[in-house]
Write a protein that binds this ligand. Sequence first.
Ligand SMILES: Nc1ncnc2c1ncn2[C@@H]1O[C@H](COP(=O)(O)OP(=O)(O)OP(=O)(O)O)[C@@H](O)[C@H]1O
Length: 308
Amino acid sequence: MSFDKIHVNRWFIVANPTSGNRNFSKKWKLIQQLLRDKNIHFSFSITQFVKHEIELVQNAVKQGYRNFISVGGDGTLHHVVNAIMLQRYVKTSDITIAVIPLGTGNDWIKTYNIPNNIKKSIEIINQKKTILQDIGVLETADQKMTYFNNAAGLGYDAYIVNKLKKLKSFGAASYLLAGIYGLFFYKKSIFSISFDDQKIETTCLMTVIGLCKFSGGGMQFTKDVDASDEFFDITIAKNITFLDLVLNINKLYSGKIVDHKKCETYKTKEICVQPKNHKTFIQADGELIGTGKVTAKILEKAIKFVVN
Ligand SMILES: Nc1ncnc2c1ncn2[C@@H]1O[C@H](COP(=O)(O)OP(=O)(O)OP(=O)(O)O)[C@@H](O)[C@H]1O
């Protein structure tokens, strides 16, 4: 395969006009102006439909781009990451991704202290500090592969992601609203969970497979997170009740919920989770990817990200 010239110092921007719900054209003008002020060279495409990121990024890789900026929320970043991981032209660790946040939750940026602010995120891009981060790959029962850069989960969190679609106009509060809705209507399943030499069968509210620290709009479900340590941080929230969640709502945000007696945490490189009595939803980086059984494997230090 022959490439066009490699664009060493040029960024390819993928911007999602629907992220964050408001004022895209005003924000997009500001972004372009700030990038030019900083002498950051770029080309760009605006997404026209769901998952359009994949095609845009893969074409840009073929054209010789190695540096990408995701303008949007966690969903946009997730699809940019999937585009990189699914292409076979370049080693993924030779590719760099930066984020200018526009989304509702913007959970990935929180791990790296990237502020939810256009100007500051562009200053961070200009500093050019990068980290090689682990990426997870999920295989669902239909043999579909999905990559994730933040966190994946089965059960309650994925059920909430499904409800969120209708509530996003409430902004950051939409996560909490969807969570409260779920408390009333979500039915727990028995999960069979296998990793290393362990097999756990338990009633389970959710199983979280974490790379980074935050999900659900700033909540922390995983323990001792290091996104480059080559391990997943697994949390199995067992028979947690409505009352447990209400009484511990602050611990969902502080991360102390993992110390609850009904939560277990592990580090592993590969895990298989199979719901036993009904097919629960699976989410990856806040995007619904399927239902039922899932296997997750870690891909060590797979992509470079610009961090603070
Ligand atoms: N033009 C478009 N029209 C509709 N959906 C789009 C378009 N472009 C991209 N998308 C899809 O929008 C989805 C949501 O985007 P994203 O997650 O970035 O925004 P958000 O939901 O506001 O933010 P967050 O996930 O951080 O809360 C992604 O699945 C993406 O593929």
